[in-house]
Ligand binder design. Structure first.
Ligand code: NAD
Ligand code: LMR
Length: 333
């Protein structure tokens, strides 16, 4: 029995994500929460012939508590998306408060759930959730994840394009580490399961790295004021949620990059800190998932000089983003 929840379920990501979750036979209960439209989305999905019982809730009548009670996995895509010209940090003003309030609901109703944060800016919203859970005395660092899977999905796709065969994309694995915005997104292309063409021109390598780091902007620009990535994000969010669910059902050896608290694995954190040359409270690296959540945080491993330079650029920006999230809760009056 697995109860999955989507908070922000009527939105551009929320609806297709809920559809993909409803399609997964491992999920037996699916609860959808938003400030609008969830009864309609739930009624629609409920007609799909898969096991999950679907319910939609609104804020009235303590809907958030009803949504979250008994949840095993909570995915959060609630909040506003970017428009052209905005950075993810520009979303902080609105999304920080939304995520804080939802995290308080989680602390109250399902403190042991696995929490998967999609709402931007992820580098700061994950620390917000952690600080709320800490304040309520229920923080388990092994069960909180920033969803960075879209960066990994993009890296697989763009590498397959360079290799001239899109059919390879499903098998290509590129670790993407750091965080989820601009220069904090660091693809470790030297560790790609499918190496780049030998002798790839420096300019082509730089273009590929830039495209992975700023793939979100490509979509924001193409949508021209209509929001940011929703369908590819739903695909990526479902892929990560399914891995988490398989792990909590007992499957071993599942590895995926995710932005997590380094408190989740002291040994892994120590190795990572040595590599980074600086302590960070959160970082996205390859994570081994287990029944209790984060089982192991992997070190970065051997890096090229170009990758070391990318990491050096990412670290101070990440530190700043993390502090912004932490301060939002700890300095609140
Ligand atoms: P959207 O506007 O289409 O949907 C957001 C939904 O959140 C809306 O239905 C809205 O009603 C709901 N919402 C607002 N306040 C709420 C609250 N207090 N409680 C519950 N629901 C609430 O936006 P979207 O395109 O689905 O994007 C959502 C978020 O995901 C954005 O912050 C976006 O930047 C982020 N995002 C992250 C990634 C990633 O890789 N992590 C990728 C794409 C988008
Ligand atoms: C993305 O990477 O597509 C998301 O973070 C949305 C955005 O604002 O780019």
């Amino acid at each position: 029995m697995v109860k999955a929840v989507v908070l922000g379920a009527a939105g551009g990501i929320g609806q297709p994500l809920a559809l993909l979750l409803k399609s997964n036979p491992l999920i037996t209960e699916l609860a959808l929460y938003d400030i609008v439209n969830t009864p309609g989305v739930a009624a629609d999905l409920a007609h799909i012939a898969t096991p999950a019982k679907v319910q939609g809730f609104l804020p009235a009548d303590d809907g958030l508590t009803k949504t979250l009670t008994g949840a095993d996995v909570v995915v959060i895509p609630a909040g506003v998306p970017r428009k052209p010209g905005m950075t993810r940090d520009d979303l902080f003003k609105i999304n920080a408060g939304i995520v804080r309030d939802l995290a308080n609901g989680i602390a109250k109703s399902c403190p042991n759930a696995f929490v998967l944060v999609i709402s931007n800016p992820v580098n700061s919203t994950v620390p917000i959730v952690a600080e709320v859970l800490k304040k309520q005395g229920v923080f388990n660092p092994k069960r909180l994840f920033g969803v960075t899977t879209l960066d990994v999905v993009r890296a697989s796709t763009f590498v397959s394009e360079i290799l001239g065969d899109l059919s390879l994309s499903k098998d290509i694995v590129v670790p993407v580490v750091g965080g989820h915005s601009g220069v904090t997104i660091v693809p470790l292309l030297s560790q790609s399961s499918h190496p780049l063409p030998a002798g790839i021109a420096q300019a082509d390598y730089d273009t590929l790295v830039n495209r992975i780091q700023f793939g979100g902007d490509e979509v924001v620009k193409a949508k021209n004021g209509g929001g940011s990535a929703t369908l590819s994000m739903a695909y990526a969010g479902a892929e990560f949620a399914f891995k988490v669910i398989r792990a909590l059902k007992g499957e071993k050896g599942i590895i995926a990059p995710s932005y997590v608290s380094l408190e989740a694995d002291a040994e892994g954190a120590a190795a990572l800190t040595k590599e980074l040359g600086q302590e960070l409270a959160y970082f996205s690296s390859n994570i081994e998932l287990g029944v209790d959540g984060v089982a192991k945080i992997s070190p970065l491993g051997a890096l090229t000089d170009a990758e070391k330079t990318l990491i050096q650029a990412a670290v101070p920006e990440l530190a700043k983003n993390i502090q912004t999230g932490v301060n939002f809760i700890t300095e609140a009056r």
